[in-house]
Design a binder for this molecule. Sequence first.
Ligand SMILES: [Fe+2]
Ligand SMILES: [Fe+2]
Length: 140
Amino acid sequence: MRIFEWNDAHAVHVPEVDDEHRQIFRLCDDLQRAMIAGAATAEMQSIVEDLVIHTAQHFSHEEREMRAARYPLYTWHWRQHHTARSRIKTLERRIRRGDRDAAIELLDFLSAWLTDHIRLADRMLGAFLRNHQRELSCSR
Ligand SMILES: [Fe+2]
Ligand SMILES: [Fe+2]
């Protein structure tokens, strides 16, 4: 059993990004609970669908912010999103075909990937965005 609980160690201190991360953790937790409860495949698939949508929107949001602020580590960060996007898509396809093992693989993957990515890449981005915002408000 994985623990999907957002806590302060995951904070990147950009409120909208933290909210999106919280929502992704919540959906992972929902999926895990549904699996443990032996939920019907259709219920699991609908949570996975939500998870895929929220993750995709969240990655696009961060990528938009990076481009707008001319973030120098854009490619490095984007590549990490890209790896996750492809993995999630492959697993989602299997889940859609009714493969419950793929849902376990998805949770395993996300529990490690989310924590690693948020604690390093997203935190660095959060610090950069906050500084960028500060510079913008000073130059006004
Ligand atoms: Fe990110
Ligand atoms: Fe993120």
